[in-house]
Design a protein around this ligand. Sequence first.
Ligand code: AMP
Length: 606
Amino acid sequence: MTAFNEMGLSEETLRAIIELNYELPTPVQEKVIPHLLQENFQDVIALAQTGTGKTAAFGLPIIEKTDMSKRYTQHLILCPTRELCLQVADDITSYAKYHKNLRIAAVFGGTSIDRQIRVLKDGAQIVSATPGRLLDLIRRKEVNLSKIKTLILDEADEMLNMGFREDIETILKETPSEKNTLMFSATMPNEILEIANKYLKDHIQVTIGKKNAGADGVVHECYMVQAKDRYLALKRIVDFYPDVYGIVFCRTRIETQEVADNLMKDGYNADALHGDLSQAQRDAVMNKFRTRHLRMLVATDVAARGLDVDDLTHVINYNLPEELEIYTHRSGRTGRAGKKGISIIIANLKEKYKIKLIENQIKKQFEIKPIPNGKDVCQKQLFHLIDRIEKVDVKDEDIDAFLPDIYRKLEWLDREELIKKFVSVEFNRFLEYYKNSKDINVYDDGYSKKANFVRMFINLGRKDQITPPDLIGVINDITDTKHISIGKIKILQYFSFFEIDKQYVTLVLDNFKNTTYHDRKITIEITEEEDQDKRGGDRRGFRRDDRRDDRRSDSRDDRGRRDYKDRGTSSGRSDSRYEKRSDSRSDSSRPSYQSDNRRKRTPRTD
Ligand code: AMP
C-alpha cells in the first residue's frame, strides 16, 4: 500500500490530513491520487460510492494542481445537491488548511446568490457547484469557466437521476476542451457510459468493488407483506431493532409525510424530509438527524441525497425505488467506513421480479425474513431494556440523597418482585400492544424454490396453536441460529410442512432430536412429495391416523403419534431444552417494555 507521504503530496496537504487522522489512503484514494498527480494524466471514470473517501481522492490532487498565484476558477466540481456541494467544499477547505492562498467557493440554490458572487469575485480557484445555480451564474456572467483545468462530476449517476443531464451538457460547453474530466459515480448505468464516451477523452476506469454492486458491509433483507400491511410491517421491524438509527425511504412526498406523521403519532422518534419543506425546515430536520436527536428519518430519495451520515444502522425501503440503481444508493448509506449495516425492503409478491433484478444488480441475494411476531419483538425489547439497565451510568452523587426514602418505600418487595416491577413499568405497554398481533407475513412458493429449499415435515400444527412465525421461532431457538432461510410454511391441524435452505437440513435434523414442545416430542423429517398433504402420498397411513386425532382430540397417546415416534427420533428421552424456553416466553407475568425513542408511545393494536 502506498502511504499518503509517498504519493507526492505537499507538506501543507500532508499536515492537514494528519490532523484529520487519515492514516492510510482508502482504495479509491490509492488508485486515483497518484494518477491525478502526474504531469499529464488521462481522464478518469471512477466507480465509487459515497463513504469510500472519493472527495479526498480528487480533492487532494486538485489542491496540488492549483496555481495559487492566479485568482480565477481552475477546478470545477459539479454535485447533485446543495448538501453534497457544501460537504465537498468543506472537505477541500479542511484539506487546504495550510494553503493560505487557496480559495474555495460553494455555489448552490436556495440561498442568496449575492454572497456567492462575492466569493467568486474574491478569486476562488476551486468551485463546488450544483448545476442549476451554476447555470444561473453563467447566464449572469458572474462565473468564468474558460480557464478550467479540471472538471469533476461527483455522484454523476445521481445528477442524471435528478434530470440534470441537459444542464450538465450546457455547462460543459462553457469549459475549454483541453481540460481533464473526472467522473465519480456509485453505479454505472448505460447513460453514464454514454456521457463518458461523449465527454471524456481517452480515459482510465477505476473500479472499487464490483460494478453496480452494493457495499460489502451491507446485509440485504426482504420482508414480504401485503401492500396494505406495509406500515404495520415497518413498525414491527423497527420495534425488532431497538437501536435503529436509519432512513426510511418512500417514493413520494405525500407518502413520506404520511409515514412520518403516523410514526410520530405512534410515539416513534421520527420526522419527514422531502421537497415540500422549506430549506430551513429541511436543514433543521437533517441537523436533528445528524446529531441523533432523531432516530428515524422518513425521506424521499431526492431530499435525502447529500445527507452525509456515516453510521446508519438501517436503511428501510418502505417502497422499492422506481429505478434499480437507486436501491444501490439507498443501501450504500449504511455499512459505510468498514461498519455493518442492514438494508431492508418491505415488498409484496407482485414486486418479486424487481427484487430479482436488484439482486442481479447488487450481486447479492436478499435474505427473505419473516416479519417478527409479537413474541419476538417483546423478547428483543425486553433484553434491550435489561441491557440498558446493566450498562446505565449511575450518578451516585446525584441519586444518593434520594435513596434512603426510596429504599424505605420499596422495602416490602423482595429482589425478584422488585425487578419484575421495574421492568414492567416500561415493558407492559409493549406487551399489551403486541398481545393480539396478527401474522402479516406473505408466504410464497416462488422464493422457496429459488433458494434450493428442502421440504420438511414437523408434527406440530394448529392443534398446538402454532403459527408460521411461531414455527420459525421454534426452528431458530432449537438450532440456535437465525440464519436459516425458511421458505413456504403450511400449517395443518396436527402437523405442518415447511421449507428450509438445504444446507441446513442436517443441522435442523440433528438439533431437533429429542426435543419436546409442551410435553410432546417433536418429530421432524424430510418429506419428498410436494403435495402429499393434499394427495395422500406415502404417509397416507400416518395422516389418516392423524386426522383421526382430530376427532379424538384429547388423546395425545394415540396411534398416530406413536406411529410418529417410531419413525422419528429413536430415543424416548425428553430433552426439555426447548420446552424451557417456551415456558419462559409464555410466562404471563412477563414484564413489558418500550424503548427510549418511544417514550410517549400509545400502545395500539395491529
Ligand atoms: P467521502 O466518500 O469523500 O464522502 O468520505 C467519507 C468519509 O471518510 C469522510 O468523513 C472523510 O472525512 C473520511 N475519509 C476520507 N478519506 C479517509 C482516510 N484516508 N482515512 C480516514 N477517513 C477518511
